[in-house]
Design a protein around this ligand. Sequence first.
Ligand SMILES: [Mg+2]
Length: 182
Amino acid sequence: MNNKERAKKIKMIIMDVDGTLTDGTLLILPDGEELKSYNVKDGTGILLAHLAGLRTGIITGKISKSLEKRAEKLKIIDVYQGILDKKKTLSEILGKNNLKSDQIAYIGDDLGDLEVIKAAGFAAAVADAHPEIKKNCHFICNTPGGRGAVREFIEFILEAQDKWGMIETNIKNLTKTSKKKK
Ligand SMILES: [Mg+2]
């Protein structure tokens, strides 16, 4: 099966955070709180996926308040933080959303993602991912983590599913509704 065929089946895209949605940098405040920076391009990609009727989710080993805020803003419902066994969480997500593994896409960067990458129907590595991750992924982004890799992967899926027309219509409808509200 080629990547286009894999992408066509996807109903949900799950993302790692550190090194995938971010470039891996952590800023530690004196009180111990960690700050991360996210990329607007990835954020827009996630919104586009939602407009195309796809679900998105996050599985991360760390716990951070900033991620909670970011996910809330982007309306990502399935957010799992502080997860050591990502594959187990993936099974939970499959059950909860009534999906099969070939309907799940996953994007990650490091060894903690290896097992979940092997279990996902369509797996992607950011351009600067660990070599072992790249070896086990179907799709390797040209863009590094935190610089639009997630957007690149989402757009590949949207393209394969021929979703641009649907996205345009949904954007038009959203504009109409917001005009009515005014
Ligand atoms: Mg990572």
